[in-house]
Design a protein around this ligand. Sequence first.
Ligand code: FRU
Length: 475
Amino acid sequence: MTTNRWRMGFHLMPPTGWVNDPNGLCYFRGLYHVFHQYSPDWPNGSERGWGHATSPDLVHWTHHGMVIHQDIPEDANGAYSGSAYIVPGGGADGSDLLRLYYTGNVKEPGAHDYIYSGRQANEILIETTDGFDLGEKQVLLRNADYPDFCSCHVRDPKVWSQDGSLHMLLGARDMDDEGLALIMESQDGLSWTTASTVRPTSHFGFMWECPDRIALDGFEYLSFCPQGMAELPWANDLRDQSGYIPLPAAVKLIGCEHVNPALFRRWDFGFDFYAPQTFTDPQGRTILIGWMGLPEPPFDSAPDNLDWIHCLTVPRVLTRCEDGVVAMAPAPELEQLRGEQASFAHVDSAPAQTRTATLPAHRADIVVDGISGPFDLTLDGAARIAFADGELTLNFDDGAQGIGRGRQTRSVNVNALENLRVLVDNSALEIFANNGREAFSTRWFPTADQLDIAIQGTAEAARVWPMGDGMEGTY
Ligand code: FRU
């Protein structure tokens, strides 16, 4: 089933099939480009490559289908994740050149564990001067080019320029099952040598996926997705986690050999978030987009035999809080999709301090400011965001078979709840608390036609807008 009530209107997704990690994020020649991991024939085919979408404004998207296929020996089992780097004036005619770096995954035939033997991780480059017409694939790095202590798991290149050199950050697993990041260095973006490694001061997962280097107000962060985390008390039994470690003042990632895992902070406290990537746009904003999914989810994301699964988060603008926490706010451009403001009203039969609003569809932007004390916001009587006793919780009341499709409870400790922003986009929900210091992303599968919103507690203002469809025409 392709079209139905659960498709998103402002969360990027392809027309059919499977989407995972955002790749190659950039602003190039007047358009935002979002590439993404894509298996268009899912649930039938297993091809994995890059899909492509563009937007003039981060709101209205056009999807261009699958553009990087697994079609050379060096990416025979998947054109895996990677990033974009723009070379100013790098094109033959002196125009800018867009470079896409990704990992070609190859599984060799034979009896292999595909960890310590049998897998190739090739870093591959594709160049384009217009963002659409993609050049020949150039294989830049093979297993033999990585340090000997690496297992066959090395992937997800993120490339940037700093201090007169180009740097490529790669996620890796070593032969002792320690997760780490490799940093390669280059002058021309074609020939790369190993420069350094970034390791945790004590074991922190067996593999790090999708590493990224973020700089905000002169402070640097290492973002990555450690695997092998299920045993940790905060991990909700999930192998795969996504977060960042702030580096001390004046320390650059390219000079940093060790990071302190005690400082790891999750990007998102909800059910469905992984593999984020950032880029800097022409306004100088650092924008993050994540995958609203997980590699091994214990809950359902494609009920009723859908022929599509997952989506990406909305673009989130990052800012550094004084204590080093990175806050995330939906790109303000999304406000273009707001319709006429609807109002919250008190219903006489409800307890004092309860206000409700009903919207005709499950597409809304809800903003609650000036909250004090215990507070809760409920959608369709089933998805509840509640703050009490120093804990902010997202809960699906109806358990495994209901609206949450196996998603039940997620929570994080906070000192207070000051404000809430909730984006409802059919089966995607993004919740931002305390100006985006805490975010919860989740899928849910509401069946009612109308969206019922109820809030309870003390707040200075509660506003809600119906939201339009930025994906119109794409599917
Ligand atoms: C993360 C990831 C990456 C890999 C890609 C393959 O979700 O496993 O490490 O490049 O997905 O689709």
